[in-house]
Design a protein around this ligand. Structure first.
Ligand code: 6PG
Length: 239
């Protein structure tokens, strides 16, 4: 089920995403012991993480992952892990063992991708060929229609036999969830703000947009797909 919600501006988008996430955490944990949340990188979600730091949540039951990571050390200014730790995770009493960053320390992205693939399989208790089901995967979208580190016309778009692979942004390696992992999620929530995202959204929501050119178009989870947009990005998509 796909829903497009257009909020008046970015603060409203962040506030709405916060409400939805907190509600999902609370309702899900009435039925299961753990809540698995994969974070998006980039700039849009940072105020959401800062807002989550102010919430009273059952942190011992929440497990944090990342949908993609730049191939840099975790103390590098470009690190998605660093951004989320500073905005949220360092501000709260989340058990360190509940935080599952993508490793970037082996000097070989394909080795680290395989390591994280195994870490995820072990955590979720899935066998080879199976895909774990995340409760929420947060995603952003670049001006070019990329999401996570699934960039246009890159090999990562074709990977369907593993959970994590190596992405490529203009020759720079990244680690990224694969489409099958993303598409097994119970809920995928896109957070997209800004007029610069409009052209890619138009392609993604058009019948003939090419998903190899606009990779976010191929995100079709078995669960819920929520596009949370601000007016600047989504004015033309309002139903
Ligand atoms: C990353 C992200 C990437 C991001 C988009 C949007 O590592 O950069 O995972 O997919 O979500 O590029 O970034 P903004 O939110 O900064 O526009």
């Amino acid at each position: 089920m796909t829903q497009v919600q257009v909020l008046s501006d970015k603060p409203a988008l962040i506030a709405h995403a916060l409400d939805l996430i907190v509600d999902k955490i609370q309702t899900t944990l009435q039925k299961q012991e753990k809540f698995t949340l994969a974070l998006a990188g980039g700039g849009t979600p940072k105020p959401l993480y800062e807002a989550l730091a102010q919430q009273s949540l059952p942190l011992e039951k929440i497990h944090i992952f990342w949908g993609d990571e730049r191939y840099v050390p975790s103390d590098h200014p470009d690190s998605n892990e660093k951004m989320a730790r500073e905005a949220w995770l360092n501000q709260v009493d989340l058990p360190p063992s509940n935080i599952h960053p993508m490793p970037t320390g082996s000097n070989d992205p394909s080795v680290d991708a395989q390591t994280h693939d195994q870490e995820l399989k072990q955590f979720f208790g899935v066998q080879a060929g199976e895909f774990p089901v995340f409760d929420i995967i947060l995603l952003g979208m670049g001006d070019d229609g990329h999401t996570a580190s699934l960039f246009p016309q890159t090999e990562a778009l074709t990977v369907s036999d593993r959970l994590v692979t190596v992405g490529n942004k203009d020759g720079q390696p990244r680690l990224t969830f694969t489409y099958p992992l993303i598409n097994h999620a119970r809920c995928v929530m896109f957070l997209v703000a800004g007029e610069n995202k409009r052209p890619a959204l138009a392609q993604i929501f058009s019948a003939d947009g090419d998903q190899t050119l606009y990779p976010a178009k191929a995100v079709k989870p078995q669960g819920e797909l929520l596009w949370l947009l601000d007016e600047a990005a989504g004015a033309e998509l309002k139903s």
